[in-house]
Design a protein around this ligand. Structure first.
Ligand SMILES: Cc1cc2nc3c(=O)[nH]c(=O)nc-3n(C[C@H](O)[C@H](O)[C@H](O)COP(=O)(O)OP(=O)(O)OC[C@H]3O[C@@H](n4cnc5c(N)ncnc54)[C@H](O)[C@@H]3O)c2cc1C
Length: 465
């Protein structure tokens, strides 16, 4: 955890009084003890906010943004704070705006195939609500039981099903958002196609809280696939495992999810969830996990084709599962974060994305870089779209070695034509590296866009680009 910023308010007594009037009772927090938790997110850096406000309506949001612009007070939007890059940290001080009281599902429409929600709705709650109506909202970040739709939209969250269904951006049809100064904009709408004007919706999705605060989100839904089935294939080598993954595509299959766990991660999972919870044998050094979905009657045949595709690469273990047994396999995948701490008490993580054909080359190099620095490099993640979660595990005293390894991983990723982040974003933590991926002219344009939305730079300043 980073050192806490100065305790005490950067607000004048008059400003604090105005905020307390705008946000009465527990909607406004001003004492350090209640505010402490609002100063950090899952990146574990911390700065003490000047105040925390919890708007319950768009009207309150408008008042807040009007006031903040007039008073030049920085605002830091925040939802469930599961982001791993400091996107919610009130660096340099300001007012944290928690959107969690704006948490109503306003509409689920099975004729238009849309859901209209407030930003604080929990992703998993929306998924359950639409699935109860035979509908489907595909984006499924591994944090989905905790994260919010507003946070997912602001980060353009990905997840396991992105391989087949796309990321959050592909499912946002329209937004209502409040700009610094208090104006409301409405982008897109509830039609599934729309090419009128520049696509402000796509610009706002993934803007990491730097351009506007979303007050309402229109999401695209689709019919729920009738059934799913999963296949876990364990291999003695990473090469065989990745070759098997290519064979699945070559067989003409597009799984809903294709996940991978490398050797180090397999060892950590075995410690966290000893056999039989982790079903593979000790000879396993790489695991491929596929989820297939579609019509129940067709799935056995599709599963058989997937099995035929991976068999020639010599798996040491195969398991096919449906229903409860299937979820037990995915619980293993969802446990990679806690499991990683079996390899070290400290972690530097990245969610680099490689061109899909370069994954094997990249992972072999990452492993060697860790060995050279005496730290453990673990990888696992969304193999199907090349988005790898790479964790540099280390102990106190190895911080420099870990930082050098992380920098080398980023350098190699860029040299192979990859991206510094596939889904977690840049936030505060990766800002220093962004100039290595984005050109000067592109960043200048991004800063001009920021200026057009937020001329005084009060919204989540010092983040993202
Ligand atoms: C265990 C774990 C697993 C994860 N797995 C995945 C994964 O598979 N895929 C993935 O993409 N991410 C993943 N993440 C990262 C994280 O969950 C996502 O980035 C998620 O979208 C953040 O949602 P949140 O509600 O926590 O938002 P927060 O973390 O609170 O906020 C995220 C960003 O959105 C901004 N923001 C929040 N609400 C609004 C709003 N209403 N208007 C404007 N800006 C706003 C904030 O300022 C911040 O910059 C994971 C994180 C953890 C801890």
């Amino acid at each position: 955890m980073g050192a806490a910023g100065p305790v005490g308010s950067g607000l004048t007594p008059a400003q604090q009084r105005t905020l307390a009037d705008l946000f009465p009772g527990e909607q406004g927090l001003f004492d350090p003890e209640s505010m402490l938790v609002y100063g950090m997110d899952a990146c574990r850096q911390q700065c003490m906010p000047w105040a925390v406000v919890r708007p319950a309506s768009e009207t309150q949001l408008v008042e807040l943004l009007r006031w903040a612009q007039a008073e030049r007070v920085p605002l830091f939007p925040r939802a469930r704070a599961t982001n791993t890059v400091g996107g919610c940290v009130p660096a340099a001080g300001g007012v944290v705006v928690s959107l969690l009281l704006m948490n109503r599902i306003l509409e689920i429409d099975d004729h238009d195939f849309v859901a209209v929600v407030e930003p604080g709705v929990i992703t998993g709650v929306l998924q359950q609500a639409v699935e109860a109506r035979g509908l489907f909202y595909p984006p499924d970040p591994a944090s989905g039981r905790m994260s919010s739709i507003g946070g997912n939209v602001a980060t353009c969250a990905g997840g396991m099903r992105a391989l087949k269904y796309g990321v959050t951006r592909d499912h946002v049809l329209g937004l209502r958002a409040v700009l610094p100064g208090g104006k409301i904009i409405q982008t897109g709408g509830r039609t599934h196609k729309n090419v009128v004007g520049l696509d402000l919706t796509r610009l706002l999705v993934g803007s990491e809280g730097t351009l506007a605060i979303f007050s309402q989100i229109i999401l695209k839904l689709q019919p729920k696939p009738q059934a799913t089935a999963s296949l876990l294939a364990a291999y003695a080598s990473m090469d065989a495992c990745l070759a098997a993954s290519r064979a699945v595509f070559a067989a003409g299959l597009l799984p809903a999810a294709m996940e991978f766990m490398g050797e180090g991660m397999c060892r950590c999972l075995e410690q966290l969830m000893p056999p039989p919870r982790v079903p593979w044998p000790a000879s396993t050094n790489a695991v491929l996990l596929l989820r297939l979905d579609g019509e129940a009657a067709c799935l056995p045949a599709v599963l058989a084709r997937a099995r035929e595709a991976v068999l020639p690469w010599g798996p040491v273990f195969l398991e096919e599962a449906q229903g409860t047994a299937e979820e037990a396999l995915w619980d293993i995948r969802r446990s990679i974060n806690p499991a990683s701490f079996k390899a070290g008490s400290k972690k530097l993580s990245d969610d680099v994305t490689l061109p899909r054909g370069k994954v094997l080359q990249a992972l072999s190099r990452f492993e060697a870089m860790g060995e050279a620095e005496g730290v453990r490099v673990l990888f696992a993640g969304h193999l199907g779209d090349g988005n790898m979660h790479v964790s540099v595990m280390h102990e106190p005293g190895q911080e420099d070695a870990a930082a050098r390894t992380k920098a080398a991983i980023q350098e190699t990723t860029l040299a192979l034509g990859g991206s510094l982040s596939g889904e977690h974003g840049i936030g505060l933590v990766k800002l220093g590296a962004v100039g290595r991926q984005l050109g000067e002219e592109e960043r200048r344009l991004m800063h001009q866009i920021k200026h057009a939305f937020d001329p005084l730079g009060i919204l989540n300043p010092g983040k993202a680009y």
